[in-house]
Design a protein. Sequence first.
Length: 626
Amino acid sequence: MEGEKLMKKVDIEALFIGPKSENQKFFKETLNFMIDEHTHWRRDFHPDDKAAISLHDQYRKDFVETLQRTQEVLLELSSKLRTSSIPWFSPRYLGHMNSDTLMVSNLAYMATLLYNPNNCAYEASPVTTALEIEAGRDLAQMLGYDPEKAWGHITSGGTVANYEAVWVARNLKSIPLAIKEVKPKLVAGLSDWQLLNMPVKKILDLLDHIKAAGLMDQVRDHSVKGMGVNDGQLGKLLVPQSKHLCWIKAADILGIGKNNLVSVQVDDNFRTDLKHLKDTIDRLVKKKVPILGVMSVVGSTEEGAVDKVHEVVKLRDKYEKEGISFYLHVDAAYGGYSRTAFLDEDNKFIPYHRLKTKLTKECGFERKIDWPPREVYNAFKAMSHADSITIDPHKMGYVPYAAGAVVMKDRRILDLITYFAAYIFEGGDNNPMLLGAYILEGSKAGATAASVWAAHRVVPLNITGYGKLIAKGIKGAISFHRSLGAQKPFAVDGRRFIVMPLTKPDFNIVDFAFNEVGNTSLSKMNDLNQKLYEQCSYSSGPVYKDDFITSKTSLDTDSYGNAPLKFVEKLGITKYEWEKTKSVYVLRSCVLTPFLDRHSTYDEYWANFMNTMKSKLDVIIKNGWK
């Protein structure tokens, strides 16, 4: 058994082509093998059939010229890609949530692409539809769900995954009222308010009775699915200020309405403010307004913040005892795969007192790296109590675009959205032939499912695999944050500057900003950081000449209230200036690369970063910035 575990150990350096194409030989040889396999497959299918393209055809002038044009176009494309693409693979890139992708995922995608399966219909994808369902079970287990009861699948991204969660929550909320119309005896004695506050499991248990009575179609016809959304009847959807833009779109597309989307304040660590969440729920309940659902974020896209999911779960449990219930979704599109860093070799959640020892042994953490804080640990542990979770393989799963995913805790919930009969899951496991009947998308690439499935087979979804890989990025982010916080004022052209990180990373995002010592104008500070971004991105020309590449974002009062105030004050900006300008421009670095400390050494990397920033500031000053 011990030897078997050792065989599953993952060497991170063997997973990627590498910043300098160090694993080119393996990648190229394997890709050639996969292409040969495909071409042999074509030839071996009824070998007695005559060739459709003869040698005579291949020597025709038009044939040869067509191949020449094909080659010319591809050479032109290659030139454009080489010149202007963003080098995600390099430790010099610390911007968006992109990094090098796993070789096995790239190869699986390319190999499957040649077969062109469409996972909308099983008859068009008998192999990859099964792989998609298997990948969904992988994710369910990793997130703490029972894979025998849960259900997950691959989407085009976190946006569609979140749409599906809202779609399910919306339909679910209307079911008890629909049951009242179709079979009132099942809910006799319950008021509409009680029906609108029924817990998720109880609703699904009622649906079992409805299916047994053969009334599922009638109930669906009387639910939101058949009747549409009445004005605010299903209540409010509560989301933190750190929400992704897709949540506003979801409220629009699914007929909930923007006015029924309530933003909950975040604290100065950019996590959901639990007091404000409770106050919001209390205010709505007092007005007899139902709570459609509550969303928590694990890895916000702007700051990498991890909401205290465990506290939200406690809050939900408390309200359920008081007769108030709501659907709970976790948007872990970015941070979800990080749960692997908390799972041991047997996929069990590691006790907190043992975790740091594990991180030191498996992931190379130094003792001085204080991660995770207890509240982040508890948040990841509590994710399994959510009704559904969004998670993106094309982010921290290190697989190519486009690969999001959504996982539902209780697969029975799919009866609320399917367009097939209610017995679709009878007889045990999901019926892959019906995948397209209970997802938002239609045609979808089977190559994506193969890419995710293959990644999970090579890189275990625990601390020996993905956990080790992701922890290296977190280690790099913590080191980067520590260096920013320790950086003393420095001189450029006789002028002194400071740099300050936004907040200590819950995950692997580090936001930061520069200011000139003595400057109290927020608009001037914003202008400085915008110019720095332009010097460290595609805006300044071909990225191949850049020494450091990053991204940016703005934190304004409309989205975040006064959460950024403490940050701007540390940079010498007054509260009056903040209230006047109402927005701070920050540089944003997502540290996904596991090679940050392999860029010679981290100390040299930091020295190179500061030298680069000084040279960019020098350019900005010489261009007339005052």
